[in-house]
Design a protein around this ligand. Structure first.
Ligand code: COA
Length: 171
């Protein structure tokens, strides 16, 4: 086992209360494609190797993603959807932080999921106060007595690289 990470499980009870999207930012929202896998893999805290590269490739190819680009069309902020429908891998390049980009992607993806009848939720690692406040400010709530866990381990199936599993527990 390489590590166990405690996560808060945040859900959005009432998506109709989400704030309006800033129009300038909204016009820059697009999707990731396969040319962005390496970028996402490098930034993801559980990424950086072959198995994580394959996971990201699978998610980008089969599930909705959100991305905001700069003037040159390069992604500066992005978010993926896991195959269990949770929002994740949210990341903003450090020089673009604090401009409301990640918030805009959460709003946009939440609306999209809700409109299609999917649950709207995500996991935030305990101690990640920036990400936690971002979700809370948008109306997401969590049960203080509940944590999900993510454990990461070396796996032969993953070609000797890291694999991960999610589990849930009541504190
Ligand atoms: C978390 C992260 C994606 C936020 O991206 P961002 O584009 O800067 O976020 P936003 O500009 O939409 O900010 C949303 C809120 O985060 C907070 N915030 C953003 N940058 C902050 C900073 N440097 N310091 C403190 N709070 C900050 C603010 O409360 C802001 O709310 P406000 O709009 O009311 O001021 C970014 O910090 C990041 O990539 N972090 C590393 C990866 C990570 O932790 N991902 C989340 C995994 S769940």
């Amino acid at each position: 086992m390489k590590g166990v990470f405690k996560l808060r499980h945040l859900t959005l009870p009432d998506p109709s209360l989400l704030p309006q999207l800033n129009r300038d930012i909204e016009s820059r929202i697009t999707s990731l494609n396969e040319s962005h896998i390496e970028l996402v893999n490098k930034a993801w805290m559980f990424g950086g190797d072959g198995p994580s590269y394959r996971t990201i490739k699978h998610l980008i190819s089969h599930y909705p993603t959100g991305c905001i680009t700069d003037d040159q069309g390069q992604p500066v902020c992005w978010m993926l959807l896991y195959d269990y429908c949770a929002m994740g891998m949210m990341y903003t390049l450090p020089e673009h932080r604090g401009q409301g980009l990640a918030k805009a992607l959460v709003i946009s993806m939440s609306r999209r999921l809700h409109a299609q009848g999917y649950p709207v939720y995500g996991f935030v690692e305990e101690g990640n106060s920036v990400s936690y406040s971002l979700f809370r400010e948008l109306g997401f709530t969590d049960d203080p007595q509940y944590r999900a866990g993510w454990y990461q381990f070396m796996s032969k199936l993953a070609g000797g690289g890291l694999d991960g599993k999610l589990f849930c527990c009541k504190l």
